[in-house]
Write a protein that binds this ligand. Structure first.
Ligand code: PNS
Length: 162
């Protein structure tokens, strides 16, 4: 039987409860979801590729339907390589829309078989982003409400407080 596989790509630097919310909801639509750490050339990372994947692994309960992976290069090539057709992206606000629209349109231009599915972030997490989490954590602020335990611990190690 053919399984419906989707790719959920992102920088995940680091993964937040907002991402995990999208991941668990996408499992209601697909048999398997590959959460894949990818490079966004516009962002400099705090965590290495490996650390980001490890933090995702430490944050998701064991589930045969979730695969944690990473890739370099174009998303469309990766999606083809893993025999998927659909890409999942979360939308928090209108401000995300233009960037997401451009990216989905470009990807569709590069590969007409690929489609992006957008999910609205839950109301509890619409203001949560990896960027703001890093900023708050860098000044010693409390982010435990918004990130899994392993991520909270890793942030404390990156930003030791006096
Ligand atoms: O979490 P992000 O930073 O918004 O995710 C963006 C990401 C990593 C999904 C995007 O930059 C991407 O797909 N990178 C891989 C390279 C690629 O295919 N770029 C073309 C997009 S138009």
């Amino acid at each position: 039987m053919r399984q419906a596989v989707a790719v959920y790509p992102g920088s995940f630097d680091p993964v937040t409860y907002g991402h995990l919310d999208i991941l668990s909801r996408s499992l209601e639509l697909f048999d398997k979801v590959i959460i894949a750490v990818a490079l966004n050339i516009e962002k400099t990372g705090l965590f290495t590729f490996e650390e980001r994947s490890d933090l995702i692994r430490a944050s998701v309960n064991h589930n045969d339907r979730i695969i944690v992976d990473s890739f370099h290069g174009l998303l469309v090539d990766y999606v083809k390589r893993v025999n998927a057709r659909f890409v999942i992206r979360g939308l928090r606000a209108m401000s995300d829309f233009e960037y997401e629209f451009q990216m989905a349109s470009m990807n569709r231009n590069l590969d007409t078989d690929m489609d992006t599915i957008f999910m609205m972030t839950s109301k509890d997490y619409f203001f949560v982003s990896s960027r703001t989490i890093k900023e708050v954590a860098s000044f010693g602020g409390n982010v435990t409400e918004f990130v899994p335990e392993a991520v909270g611990k890793a942030l404390k190690e990156k930003f030791p407080q006096p």
